[in-house]
Design a binder for this molecule. Structure first.
Ligand SMILES: Nc1ncnc2c1ncn2[C@@H]1O[C@H](COP(=O)(O)OP(=O)(O)O)[C@@H](O)[C@H]1O
Ligand SMILES: [Mg+2]
Length: 228
């Protein structure tokens, strides 16, 4: 059963790497504008779940539905196009392009979607401001701190106004103060644009940022019963 009103929903996802099951019948759904925190021990299948949901990895079994689309039924080219327009990604290490300035990094996905340079750079500057890192606009990723880099990475992920943002331990390399700040900025910006967020995190205070928490264990998804 696909949960009513969901934007992205997966049913019975299984994926094995050789003899290792990474996912083993995982179900998932997220509503428009909802922030779902994904927790669970290392190796439990969290990253594989995100990759299947985003259409980066094809599951061995199960389906992923995004709006009217069934991701597994699309061609690679269709899936890539959808990822570029509708999904945004933030990883543990920002994976910014080192040769480009921070402004150019944020403008890049807009340029790839056909936005003119001037408009792309104006929008990129606004996003850097919103993420409180406008001072880094002219600097290259190697010249800024990890916390600043993650803010730039969040700005880049949000720039195309994606419907879903996937964030895989985006604050894993930051101290807790910087980590909390980045999560606050990310989730606030996502709420402003009504984007859904699928956030893998180990932050202790994640309940403050998320609408719902799930736990992945041995490749399966468990809903958290209530909040602490
Ligand atoms: N590309 C891969 N090749 C081989 N094994 C993998 C690959 N990706 C993940 N795995 C294995 O699948 C399991 C789940 O991994 P992963 O989804 O990365 O977990 P998590 O993100 O929760 O740490 C682990 O046992 C991991 O070693
Ligand atoms: Mg992982």
């Amino acid at each position: 059963m696909t949960p009513e009103g969901s934007l992205l929903a997966a049913e019975g996802l299984s994926k094995a790497y050789g003899p290792t099951p990474a996912l083993d019948g995982a179900d998932f759904s997220v509503h428009p504008g909802e922030v779902v925190a994904v927790m669970g021990p290392s190796g439990s299948g969290k990253s594989t779940l995100l990759h299947c949901l985003a259409g980066i990895v094809a599951p061995d079994r199960g389906t992923v539905r995004y709006g009217p689309h069934t991701l597994t039924g699309l061609t690679d080219a269709q899936r890539s196009a959808l990822r570029r327009t509708d999904f945004g990604f933030v990883f543990q290490f920002g994976q910014l392009v080192p040769e480009l300035t921070c402004l150019e990094n944020v403008a890049l996905p807009l340029r790839l979607n056909g936005t003119r340079r001037k408009d792309a750079e104006r929008q990129a500057r606004d996003w850097l401001e919103q993420l409180e890192v406008e001072g880094a606009a002219g600097q290259r990723p190697g010249e800024i701190s990890g916390g600043q880099g993650q803010r730039v990475a969040v700005a880049r992920a949000l720039a195309t106004r994606p419907r879903v943002i996937f964030a895989d331990e985006p604050t894993g390399a930051l101290d807790s103060l910087n980590g909390e700040r980045v999560l606050t900025l990310l989730t606030n910006a996502a709420r402003d644009t009504n984007a859904a967020v699928v956030l893998v995190t180990h932050e202790a205070r994640v309940a403050a940022y998320s609408d719902r928490e799930i736990v992945v264990r041995d490749g399966r998804v468990k809903d958290m019963a209530g909040r602490i």
